[in-house]
Design a protein around this ligand. Structure first.
Ligand code: RTP
Ligand code: MG
Length: 147
């Protein structure tokens, strides 16, 4: 089963949106298999956003993401990587459609509430940056067959 790494960013934690965000993925039918509240180290943040190293917004992004607690999660389900990106909405705040998390709650591209892995390779790499295998809880639900 596919897994992805999702993270409520410091703005989402400060605005009290952890519950709303978790609710959306639960209601969709995905399964939470790991979560923790933490403040990212600079090293962890630079690794997480390594693809953006050298871009003009990189420093601002790392400073922001390490500025307060984030809520890191691993979710499991059919097509969870692509579907969670759809539920999150576009990066650019002007393109994030109502109905998506960013479209419903975010105004700024830099304060866009939530991160989601963009590919299977990113998901694997990002999950390992936050969780050990022992911290992930695999369990089956009887309801699974109805989704
Ligand atoms: P994320 O990685 O945080 O989930 O966001 P994303 O995939 O939608 O967007 P990505 O291209 O990976 O960019 C990472 C974060 O950097 C900020 N950003 N600023 N031109 C800009 O000023 C710019 N481009 C990207 C955004 O906050 C974005 O979430
Ligand atoms: Mg990204």
């Amino acid at each position: 089963m596919e897994q992805t790494f999702l993270m409520v960013k410091p703005d989402g934690v400060q605005r009290g949106l952890i519950g709303e965000i978790v609710k959306r993925f639960e209601q969709k039918g995905f399964q939470l298999i790991g979560c923790k509240l933490l403040v990212m180290t600079r090293e962890q943040a630079e690794y997480h956003y390594a693809e953006h190293k050298g871009k003009d917004f990189f420093e601002r992004l790392v400073t922001f993401i390490t500025s307060g607690p984030v809520f890191a999660m691993v979710w499991e389900g059919e097509q969870v990587i692509a579907l969670s990106r759809t539920m999150i909405g576009k990066t650019n705040s002007l393109e994030a459609m109502p109905g998506t998390i960013r479209g419903d709650f975010a105004v700024h591209t830099n304060l866009n509430l939530i991160h989601g892995s963009d590919s299977p390779a990113s998901a694997e790499r990002e999950i390992k940056n936050f969780f050990t295998e022992a911290e992930l809880c695999r369990y089956s639900k009887v309801i699974e067959k109805w989704i």
